[in-house]
Design a protein around this ligand. Structure first.
Ligand SMILES: Cc1ncc(COP(=O)(O)O)c(C=O)c1O
Length: 380
């Protein structure tokens, strides 16, 4: 008997009641039934995004919302500041360039969180007023680092620039307060912390960002957010949405609100602490200096290749971990624990890691990872 376990940082496991709704009959998206679903989703997303602004659903993965963000606030020739601290910071830079933005980077060593003073410095160098937006990432999933968006917001609010945050990873699992932190554009996707199938991205804009949007001169049609805004007040999308994926998202969000945002955050914090302490107890090093609670990125032992360890664990135990991306390819292993992940699940994942290491001859401290994780999980 073989079971498969997905411990990747997106997509993430989907509860069966979320998966089940996808097989139900479709509802028509220009009728009250769908409007009610959309409205409920927006209401249930609010505590996770920390916003009272309109929340728009777009059919597409997280990158669709990233492209929508750029296409709607950046005009060709606009100066933008991009925090590049991982694979997804680089993606911001690529998209901004593709839409004609004049990219000024704040380069951060992978694994470290950006110091907001560097952003301030860059804004000053650019003459402050001449920057359209600052682009950054909440949790860069490639390094497992969480950035202090609140502190970045404190800096950016002193300038006439929008703050745009890729929160594809982290939102839904860790506290995020778009309005309070001064985030003008916040975006995420269904397949990570929201324990839903891939295919829906979510974007929320502040009043300032909507104003910029109206005057942006850039090519856009499907991603023109003003079209999504037109019938938003009655919760009608401009184009045919992925209806049953949206319904699955709705069921997942209801479950998350029943558990309660604070409880959801606490569960992620606990599971993450268990994973990090287990990895350390095994004598391995957690890669990021400022780790997020949604995934654990660590270096395998020097004598075992990351790909070999991941392949072995998957083939023998059915547990799938992600590998490194960009400059970390082949150098790290990423265990996702976002969304529908419990204490019991993480114990299974850590058990598979320990067995895999032992199988490949790692003369580590067999059992110490699990013992440490159990201490964290049992004592709460
Ligand atoms: C931080 C971050 N941003 C953006 C993306 C891109 O999202 P998608 O693959 O849904 O387009 C991901 C996906 O891994 C991500 O982790």
């Amino acid at each position: 008997m073989r079971k498969e376990y997905l411990f990747t940082p997106g997509p993430t496991p989907i509860p069966s009641k979320v998966a089940a709704v996808q097989t139900e009959d479709l509802v028509y998206h220009r009728r009250k039934d769908y409007h009610e679903i959309y409205e409920r989703i927006v209401g249930n997303l609010r505590p996770f995004f920390g916003t009272e602004q309109p929340i728009i659903l777009i059919t597409g993965s997280g990158t669709a919302a990233m492209e929508a963000a750029v296409a709607n606030v950046v005009s060709p020739g606009d100066r933008v500041i991009v925090v590049r601290s991982g694979f997804f910071g680089d993606r911001w830079a690529d998209i901004c360039k593709a839409f004609g933005g004049m990219v000024r980077s704040v380069d951060v060593e992978w694994g470290r969180a950006v110091n907001p003073r560097l952003i301030e410095q860059r804004l000053e160098e650019e003459g402050g007023k001449n920057t359209r937006a600052v682009f950054c990432t909440f949790v860069d999933t490639s390094t497992g680092t969480v950035h202090d968006i609140e502190a970045i917001g404190e800096v950016v609010k002193n300038y006439d620039a929008l703050l745009v945050v890729d929160a594809v990873s982290g939102v839904g699992c860790m506290e995020f307060r778009a309005d309070e932190w001064g985030v003008d554009v916040a975006l995420s996707a269904s397949q990570k912390g929201f324990m839903s199938p891939p295919g829906i991205s979510v974007i929320a804009l502040s009043a300032d960002a909507w104003r910029v949007c109206e005057h942006t001169k850039n090519h856009r049609y499907y991603f023109d957010l003003t079209r999504y805004r037109e019938n938003y007040d009655r919760f009608e999308p401009p184009y045919t949405p992925a209806i049953n994926t949206v319904r699955a998202f709705d069921v997942a969000l209801q479950a998350m609100n029943e558990e309660g945002p604070k409880q959801v955050f606490a569960r992620h914090e606990r599971v993450a602490r268990a994973a990090r302490s287990a990895v350390s107890a095994l004598g391995l090093s957690v890669f990021p200096m400022n780790p997020a609670d949604v995934l654990t990125v660590f270096k395998p032992p020097d004598e075992i290749a990351a790909a070999e360890l991941r392949d072995h664990i998957y083939k023998k135990y059915g547990v799938f971990f992600a590998g490194g991306q960009g400059q970390l390819k082949g150098k790290v292993i990423r265990i996702g624990h976002m969304g529908a992940v419990t204490s019991i699940d993480i114990l299974g994942a850590l058990g598979a890691l320990e067995m895999g290491l032992a199988d490949l001859g790692y003369d580590g401290r067999q059992g110490q990872g699990l013992t440490t994780a159990l201490e964290v999980l049992r004592n709460e």
